[in-house]
Each structure stands twice: as C-alpha cells, then as structure tokens.
Ligand binder design. Structure first.
Ligand SMILES: C[S@@+](CC[C@H](N)C(=O)[O-])C[C@H]1O[C@@H](n2cnc3c(N)ncnc32)[C@H](O)[C@@H]1O
Length: 255
C-alpha cells in the first residue's frame, strides 16, 4: 500500500556565471512505508515513515503523507479519460452535491466516476467493456470510493431506473445521440444532462435528436494551458494539445 509522497527538489548548479545546468530534475515518487531506493538517493524505512525534509547525497528530499490528488495522479488511465479541468466545470456548473445521485456512462477508467463520487451521494456508472471494468474497479478501490455502483452493462440497462432518479446524467461514449431519450427520462426536473463530445459533429447530432423535454443550455470548451515557471523561464509549455472536448449541457424542463 502506497502511503507516502517522496519529492526530490530540482538541483541546479551555476557552472559559469549566469549559466546553470540541472544536476537532478524535480521528481515525485509514491511509496509504501519501507526503505526506498531511488536512482540517486536512498531513504531508510524510518525516514520514509516520518514526515520531514532530508538532505541525502546533496539532494533535498521531502517526505509527506499521501493525499487524494497524489492517488488520482497515479491512477491507471486511458487516453480518453475526461480531463480534470472539464470535470471541474461540470461539477461547478451543475452544482451537484451530497443529496444528489448521478448517472454516468461509459465508466472508462473510473477516474471521472471517482471525482464525481467524492462530491455527491451516489454514482451509478455503466460500462460494457471488460478491460475498462477491471481498470475502473482497481482505480475506485485505490481511492476507497464506496458510493459508486459499477454496472457491468450497456447504458441502455439504466432504463430500469425510476423516472427522475438523477440530478445529473453524464454521457461520454460514442453515438451519445442514441441515448437522449433515456437521459431525459431518468434525469430529474430541472436537472442536467451533460454530453462530453470530442467531436463537434456529436454536438450537432445530439441537438438534432433531443426530445423537447431537454433544453439546450450551453456548449463550450474549457481551455487549459500549462506554464513553465522556472525563472528566468516563464512561458507556456509547448507540449500538449489544448482541445479535449466540447461540453454540451441540457436542462430537463418537462416530463
Ligand atoms: C471515452 S470512454 C469514457 C471515459 C471516462 N469518462 C473516463 O473519464 O475515464 C467511453 C467508454 O464508454 C464505453 N461504452 C461505449 N458504449 C457504451 C454503452 N452503450 N454502454 C456502456 N458503456 C459504453 C466504452 O467501453 C468506453 O470505455
């Protein structure tokens, strides 16, 4: 069981006036409580057990208790996990809380499932791919999330749920337009349906298929940009695409 976060701070040396080179880059490790051998330093079991800052082999090492963000960072993920910037927007916009139930499909890695579950009463999530199911089970158990029902089934099986059971229905799967009627029925009045659409054509297909019980609220992209903050270098990092997906929100306005 990983219980500690070990951070090695970056170490730079000025090899000529004004010219620096990195001797050791910044690095994070999540580790169990036992002695730890990294590539350039070693910690005893006692050092790993205690929270503190050590100087080992000329490197500055912090040992900290693990938090949930560290566990999320370590989860197994697929290229298609919903980016946290998008999950954050979905949660804040819909303002689902501890009294609410959420329907999600497909589960994928379970990362989004867990991020939502930490904020609401219950999540019913549907996944039909055995490999994704097993990744999701492992991820949910690593995070100790217990308010999730992981259904080994096609999302069409959610048709057995009562009308208006969910404050939010989140669909992140191919051909979401097939499930608009289902989503409308199981979502509560004045609740939300959110479609996560990597392609703008999906946004159009949904708009052309929704019943009049759902009213389009907004469609947007949340753009994220990472910066390198390493004076004198202070600029956007060039790596990484900005586009993740379009978020298309509908409000349930009538039965
Ligand atoms: C893009 S991934 C979902 C990723 C997930 N939101 C996450 O953050 O990890 C789409 C998933 O939907 C599943 N899926 C596709 N059609 C489905 C259906 N009709 N019912 C249930 N799951 C479905 C796929 O197996 C795939 O794992």
């Amino acid at each position: 069981v990983k219980e500690r976060l070990v951070i090695r701070r970056a170490k730079k040396v000025e090899y000529e006036p004004g010219r620096w080179k990195t001797l050791y880059p910044y690095k994070e490790y999540t580790v169990p409580i036992q002695s730890f051998d990294a590539d350039s330093f070693r910690l005893t079991e006692d050092q790993v057990r205690r929270t503190g800052t050590y100087t080992v082999e000329g490197q500055t090492i912090h040992v900290l208790p693990l938090n949930n963000a560290d566990v999320f960072r370590d989860l197994q993920r697929g290229p298609q996990s919903i980016n946290p910037k998008d999950v954050g927007y979905i949660l804040q916009k819909t303002a689902v809380g501890k009294k609410d139930a959420v329907l999600e499909a497909g589960t994928g890695t379970g990362e989004t499932t867990a991020r939502i579950a930490l904020n609401v009463r219950r999540v019913d999530t549907y996944e039909r791919d055995p490999r994704s199911l097993s990744v999701a089970r492992e991820n949910l158990s690593a995070l100790n999330v217990s308010n999730v029902s992981l259904h080994d089934a096609d999302v069409s099986k959610a048709a057995s749920k009562p009308d208006g059971a969910y404050a939010l229905t989140l669909l992140d799967l191919p051909s979401p337009e097939k499930y608009v009627s289902l989503a409308s029925r199981v979502t509560e009045l004045n609740g939300w349906v959110c479609f996560y659409c990597p392609q703008i054509s999906q946004v159009k297909d949904i708009k052309n298929s929704v019943p009049n019980t759902l009213l389009h609220d907004e469609t947007l992209r949340v753009l994220g940009e990472h910066w390198r903050v390493d004076p004198p270098v202070l600029r956007p990092q060039t790596a990484g695409p900005i586009h993740t997906a379009f978020l298309s929100f509908y409000r349930k306005v009538k039965e």
